[in-house]
Write a protein that binds this ligand. Structure first.
Ligand code: HAM
Length: 427
């Protein structure tokens, strides 16, 4: 018996019945990005593994546990060298790589880019957590672009896309990590304060204590939560300048009427962030409740070999937007304008050419190739396809250089000259 092939774990087919909703979300994102002056960028689905390790941080969970590495499959095919490459787990690193490689900093003082596409992480799949998922992302990169207004604008932009896609009550959490020096200070302070409670932390957090102490703060386990609660985190680790910057971001958000919750525990899992970080969630999602996240990352471009320019960005998960708005209808596929039925082999030849002529003139058309099946069966097929009209070509019609057009709604029929079919259908 032939083997049945199954879709890989943690991936999903997007079937024709779902594609309308996907298109609606993608189109809306593109429209909103256009209004905000962003241009689209498309980078490869895989990059050097080291690029991701350098940007997200060697100790981040994504780099430590979730990278999907490519390996040379065939040692006898030395021309294909895939080792050292990984499927992209996110878009930021690749966009920054491209920004540097293509000298985009020389082209404009401020580069506003957006992307839509598949990302890959070797996670344990569950509802809302996939190994191949899709992001809508945006990055603004440029010298001296650090502005609390821009941070607030990026947050407002991500909320606008979510709301326009039907997400009700998205919840925004906001935090500031400060400058790299502030981060260093707060990591020292945290280490000192958490040291006495280290045995109360879960196994994961005990290892995070060593390699990425900030991640202890957003651990979802109750025991770790209780330990962190006792710390009564505030903003003491921030320098005066960082604190003022954070205040200005909040003021700008208030001026736009954006509600937020200050959350000193929001640290984000990726190393590149400085200053503003945010996460947007929805209560209609389960444990994987983050619809999107982002923040400022002022040192990444320089760390990856580029000039000292500032940057801020975010990414939203399309699958999670769809989950959070389940039940909302997508755009329905365009109805078929014409379904062509031929009644014998001879008329089939003419009908075939007509189907192409209609399509070339922008009339959506399909054809029954089964000219030897009963007319009733062919009409059934037209019904299933939701055709507005059926065009019937039999020997009688062909003799008159005409075709019968049946309106599937009213049932009315009329005979139209073959030379006028296109203009008749386009009316
Ligand atoms: P992230 O928080 O890792 O950030 O991912 C952003 C969003 O992608 C998440 O909030 C979630 O909606 C979706 N997502 C992530 N992992 C999965 C998964 N396994 N399955 C389904 N959806 C998922 C970033 O990726 C940063 N690059 C965001 C950014 C851009 N920061 C600055 N610029």
């Amino acid at each position: 018996m032939a083997k049945n092939y199954n879709i890989p774990r943690g991936t999903a087919d997007i079937l024709p019945a779902e594609i309308g909703r996907w298109r609606q979300i993608e189109d809306e994102a593109r429209r909103v990005f256009g209004v905000y002056g962003f241009s689209e960028i498309r980078t490869p689905l895989f990059e050097e593994t080291e690029l991701f390790a350098r940007s997200m941080g060697q100790t981040s969970d994504v780099v430590q546990k979730q990278m999907l590495n490519l390996a040379a499959q065939n040692p006898n095919q030395p021309g294909v060298e895939l080792s050292g490459l990984s499927l992209r787990p996110e878009g930021t690193a690749a966009v920054v790589r491209s920004y540097i490689q293509n000298n985009l900093d020389r082209k404009e003082s401020r580069t506003k880019l957006f992307y839509l596409g598949a990302m890959f992480r070797g996670e344990r799949p569950q509802k809302g957590r996939l190994r191949q998922f899709h992001q809508i992302g945006a990055e603004v990169i440029g010298p001296q672009t650090t502005s609390p207004y821009l941070d607030a604008e990026m947050i407002a932009l991500s909320l606008e896309i979510l709301r326009n896609c039907g997400v009700a009550n998205p919840k925004l959490k906001l935090n500031s990590l400060g400058t790299p020096e502030d981060k260093e200070n707060s990591s020292k302070q945290l280490r000192e304060r958490l040291q006495p409670a280290i045995v109360e932390l879960c196994e994961d957090c005990q290892s995070r204590f060593e390699r990425n102490i900030f991640r202890v703060l957003d651990c979802k386990k109750k025991t770790c939560n209780a330990v962190v609660d006792k710390l009564q985190l505030g903003y003491a680790h921030l320098s005066e300048e960082s604190r003022q910057y954070f205040e200005a971001v909040k003021t700008a958000l208030v001026s736009l009427g954006v509600d937020f919750e200050e959350s000193p525990r929001l640290v984000r899992g990726l190393d590149y962030y400085t200053h503003t970080v945010f996460e947007i969630s929805s209560s209609s999602l389960g444990s994987q409740d983050a619809l999107g996240a982002g923040g400022r990352y002022n040192n990444l471009v320089r760390d990856l070999g580029g000039s000292a320019v500032d940057a801020v960005g975010f990414a939203l998960g399309i699958e999670r937007i769809i989950l959070a708005t389940e039940g909302q209808a997508g755009i329905s596929p365009a109805n078929l304008e014409a379904f062509i039925v031929a009644l014998d082999e001879n008329t089939m030849k003419k009908a075939f050419v007509l189907s192409q002529l209609l399509r070339q003139n922008g009339v959506s058309a399909d054809i029954s190739y089964r000219w030897n099946s009963a007319l009733k069966n062919q009409l059934n097929q037209a019904n299933k396809l939701g055709a507005k009209r059926v065009l019937i070509l039999g020997p009688d019609e062909l003799a008159k250089n005409a075709i019968t057009i049946k309106d599937m709604n009213s049932g009315e029929q009329q005979v139209v000259s073959l030379d006028q079919v296109v203009s008749h259908l386009k009316k």
